[in-house]
Design a protein around this ligand. Structure first.
Ligand code: CKP
Ligand code: MG
Length: 312
């Protein structure tokens, strides 16, 4: 496998029309989860991906599995639990700058994941382990699972890529900061958004955020700056990559996961760091022009088309 990820994927229900959810008359079901969003994007670009998770043995779980498998992601290590439910959340889009998410994921099947779900050789043989700060926030056993996966990756020279994905609704500030810092210390590549960097390090300067990650041991940090592009830094190089223009943002949720897709795809293709960050900015931008958390992720053909239009 090129990339293995561990995390929860839920059914997202979005009102059929924009505005406050209380006025909704219909909901459109889609699947959503930071880790599978990223893996699906990578799979569309031709990379080998595998997802480790737990779902309810219910109709919603079947829907998640059908979609993720259909996108070419390996689901050998997705466990079905007949005693728990698949998680659900609602996504209200008043307009593209006003999106609210309401989780109904407490005690979901995925929140009962524990280290026993991990197959050591599955992780050991991957090039990258992709984790996000959502999984350790879901439950104590999920947190243990993530730290055990990190350990397996470290013992086998698998590169650990970490997207902090701060979700304040899921945990307390102190616990969140401490745990995210612990994971950053053990990861190779860190992908914080600017606000996430501010939350973790108390500094909103992207260069300071990036350098703080390097100081903690990361090899590469890429700070996502939205419509300002991205800043990247390693021990001895740094730079900025401008954003790709987006005529109209339709749905910003999932842009960070799409960014991770582009970066990992670029690194797997052995692009320079700058070019990999450029691909990340492009996949992130394209993702915001579609409704849904992963629908907008491009395949190779679309990627080339966009690059050509922008002359980059
Ligand atoms: O940071 P992003 O907007 O890229 O992440 C979106 C995903 O996993 C979304 O699909 C949702 O299911 C989640 O983050 C989450 O649990 O919040
Ligand atoms: Mg994010």
């Amino acid at each position: 496998m090129d990339v293995i990820a561990i995390g929860e994927t839920m059914i997202s229900l979005t009102p059929g029309s924009r505005g406050l959810m209380r006025n909704a008359t219909s909901f459109i079901p889609k699947i959503a989860g930071a880790e599978t969003n990223t893996l699906i994007g990578l799979s569309r670009l031709g990379h080998q991906t595998g997802w480790v998770s737990q779902l309810g043995d219910d109709e919603l779980g079947a829907m998640v599995l059908k979609e993720v498998r259909g996108e070419g992601v390996d689901t050998t290590y997705v466990k079905l639990d007949s005693t728990k439910n698949t998680g659900v959340f609602f996504k209200e889009i008043a307009d593209s700058s006003d999106v609210r998410v309401f989780y109904y994921r407490k005690k979901s099947a995925a929140s009962f994941m524990n280290p026993e779900i991990l197959n050591e050789s599955y992780i050991a043989n991957a090039k990258y382990l992709f984790i996000s700060g959502i999984t350790p926030a879901i439950s104590k056993t999920c947190r243990k699972t993530i730290f055990r996966a990190i350990q397996i990756a470290q013992e086998n020279d698998v590169q650990i890529v970490f997207d902090p994905n701060v979700r304040r609704k899921l945990w307390e500030e102190k616990e969140a900061k401490e745990t995210l810092l612990q994971i950053i210390e053990q990861s190779d590549i860190i992908l914080p958004g600017k606000n996430e960097g501010k939350f973790i390090f108390g500094d909103e300067n992207c260069e300071q955020i990036g350098k703080a990650c390097i100081k903690l041991g990361a090899k590469l940090a890429v700070v996502k700056l939205g419509d300002q592009g991205a800043y990247f830094t390693t021990k001895n190089s740094e730079g900025y990559v401008p954003a790709y223009p987006v005529p109209k943002v339709i749905d910003p949720v999932g842009a960070g996961d799409a960014f991770a897709t582009g970066l990992l795809s670029g690194l797997l293709d052995k692009l320079s760091i700058k070019d990999a960050v450029d691909r990340a900015c492009l996949t992130g931008a394209i993702a915001t022009t579609f409704t849904g958390d992963y629908e907008g992720l491009p395949d190779r053909k679309l990627l080339q088309q966009y690059k050509k239009i922008e002359n980059r």
